[in-house]
Ligand binder design. Structure first.
Ligand code: HEC
Length: 138
């Protein structure tokens, strides 16, 4: 995706240079330039929601698979290992990648979810955990 974006921008810059050099081409090139700008915007627009995790599904997965031990962002098994932002930061699991890795592979008394949840479900529930941590689980 980023490569497509930069190719797009490079072509656009080239078009603008051409139009500066050759005034007779300007009528063709300026609309083309606008078209490129539009495709860049569309790319960015399409890329953003594709990366955003589905927090609603994350919440459902959490209620089903995690709340038993982590109700309200707590931890009934290991008191210091809650899902509150402070604990996540202290235990170095305050990033999406870190939570995904922990949920996928499990850790100590928490079992792995690699066989029980799809990668998308794991990503969504991890994003939900971080989102709730930011909001202090309220
Ligand atoms: C059987 C109880 C149990 C269930 C169910 C469970 N966990 Fe855990 N979880 C734990 C325990 C115990 C730890 C502490 C692991 C350790 O010793 O580092 C933990 C740690 C974590 C941590 C790191 C917290 C920290 O402060 O270090 C995250 C994030 C987490 N769990 C997310 C989840 C998610 C998401 C689910 C549901 C997919 C889930 N857990 C299901 C018991 C559970």
């Amino acid at each position: 995706m980023p490569t497509i974006l930069s190719i797009n921008c490079a072509i656009d810059a080239l078009l603008l240079c051409l139009s500066a050099l050759c005034t007779t081409w300007r009528r063709v090139i300026v609309p083309l330039h606008l078209l490129f700008l539009l495709t860049v915007c569309l790319w960015i627009g399409a890329a953003a929601p594709a990366r955003a995790s589905d927090l609603t599904q994350g919440q459902q997965v959490f209620a089903l698979h995690c709340a038993g031990c982590h109700e309200g962002g707590g931890n009934i098994v290991r008191r210091g290992k809650t899902l509150k932002l402070k604990a996540l930061e202290k235990n170095q699991v305050a990033t999406l990648d870190a939570v995904i890795a922990l949920v996928t592979n499990g850790k100590a008394n928490m079992s792995a979810y690699v066989d029980r949840l799809t990668p998308a479900e794991i990503e969504n529930v991890s994003a939900y955990v971080l989102d709730q941590a930011q909001k202090n689980w309220k």
